[in-house]
Design a protein around this ligand. Structure first.
Ligand code: ADP
Length: 400
């Protein structure tokens, strides 16, 4: 059985094709600069990468090019596009309706269109991808996995902001949470690795990438997370500030005469590691600069470590204990120093890292980096959101 996973952005479309019987990736790639110029990358394991500049006026055209490559004599992996049994779409926001991965029909698309006001960046792009797929593969099952669904079981005190209550009822302002597919995937993998039932474990999963979030998971169910109404809330990220005193926003808007869009750009694109260091949003560059003695790079990383520690402490209190701490995503999977600094002086909570294991971790597999006497297991778990989406899509396909 073959499943195509699509992640559609405003000017991009990424894809991965899986053979679910063999649990392997057949091909992956992406189209960029859709609508302005266009280029496409296509990778097949053990073959040279294919790259081309190509005019991509719309998501429909981009998808057509992807399909051509998938059946291409030289670069293809399929005889015919009909071999694709189902398509799984990655959707950031499922609003209050989608509490799990679901089939996508016209009614589902209409609902997603209705929540574009609370998801203006990703919503329209995801809908474009779904419509393009429906047009080109009208008889193929289409499903979607939502980053927000993992948080559907929060108790109200974890998702209602202390604003006038009608901001929730009239305006949809609540905490939704994001990166749920990644947190769900790594929590399952961590339990498998430890050979313990997921429903016996208290976990905190740290997805630290360009966007970062931390989630508290009790017996496999997410009970709190750091991102909120948008991915802006929480810890310092590559270019996002994370949580700040909200009154800073009107203060700066008045003082600098900023429009809402300019203020949004300042918070989302010019803050975080980039904003504090003035060097880069990439943690590797910031780590290098910090090692070379750059004070603002050291400061930015200290803000990051402190922020993560506060969430771990807070969530351990909410969970009333902790069995497993997971690091994942670009920084979590790769940065030895971030893991070391986050875990230092946390033995009160039962968290003790083994420096040697952390320094000598192996990329691409699960690593246990906890000290032998650490009460909490500290794991590095590579995330794979696309494969999780393929698994969910397969489940819906099998149940249809
Ligand atoms: P996104 O949120 O865009 O999916 P990623 O999960 O790919 O982001 O993470 C990007 C971040 O991961 C960047 O800040 C980058 O510095 C960091 N990163 C990636 N590879 C490494 C590495 N080998 N060592 C340290 N940091 C890394």
């Amino acid at each position: 059985m073959k499943i195509l996973v699509i992640n559609s952005g405003s000017s991009s479309l990424k894809y991965q094709l899986f053979d679910m019987d063999k649990s392997i990736l057949l091909a992956k790639g992406g189209c960029e600069r859709i609508g302005t110029a266009g280029n496409i990358t296509h990778k097949v394991p053990n073959k040279p990468d294919y790259k081309a500049d190509i005019d991509l006026p719309s998501h429909d055209e981009a998808l057509k090019e992807v399909f051509k490559l998938l059946v291409d004599k030289q670069n293809g992996v399929l005889q015919s596009i009909d071999e694709i049994d189902a398509v799984g779409h990655r959707v950031a926001h499922g609003g209050e309706r989608f509490k799990k991965s679901s089939l996508i029909d016209d009614d589902a698309i209409a609902y997603l269109e209705s929540i574009v006001p609370i998801n203006p960046l990703h919503g329209p792009a995801a809908i474009k991808g779904m419509k393009a797929c429906k047009a080109l593969l009208p008889n193929t099952l289409q499903a979607a996995t939502f980053d927000t669904s993992f948080y559907a079981n929060f108790k109200p005190s974890r998702y209602i902001y202390a604003l006038p209550y009608d901001c929730y009822t009239n305006d949809g302002v609540r905490r939704y949470g994001f990166h749920g597919t990644s947190h769900r995937y790594v929590s399952q993998k961590a339990a498998e690795f430890l050979n313990k039932p997921l429903n016996s474990l208290k976990m905190i999963t740290c997805h630290l990438g360009n966007g970062s979030s931390i989630t508290a998971i009790d017996k496999g169910i997410a009970v709190d997370t750091s991102m909120g109404f948008t991915p802006q809330e929480g810890i310092l990220m590559g270019t996002r500030s994370g949580s700040i005193d909200p009154t800073i926003i009107p203060y700066l808007m008045k003082r600098r005469n900023l429009t809402p869009e300019q203020m949004d750009e300042l918070l989302n694109k010019k803050s975080g590691l980039l904003g504090v260091t003035g060097i880069s949003n990439d943690s590797r560059n910031c780590e290098e600069a910090a090692l070379a003695g750059n004070e603002r790079a050291n400061l930015a990383l200290d803000i990051l470590y402190d922020g993560i520690k506060k969430y771990i402490g807070g969530y351990t209190a909410e969970l009333n204990g902790l069995d497993v701490l997971v690091f994942t995503a670009g920084i979590g999977e790769n940065s030895t120093i971030v893991r070391e600094r986050v875990c230092e002086n946390m033995d009160y909570l039962g968290i003790k890292i083994d420096k040697n294991k952390n320094d000598n971790f192996k990329r691409g597999i699960i690593n246990d980096i906890s000290a032998d006497d650490s009460k909490v297991k500290i794991l590095v778990v590579p995330t794979n959101e696309e494969y999780m989406i393929a698994l969910d899509t397969k489940e819906l396909y099998d149940k249809r």
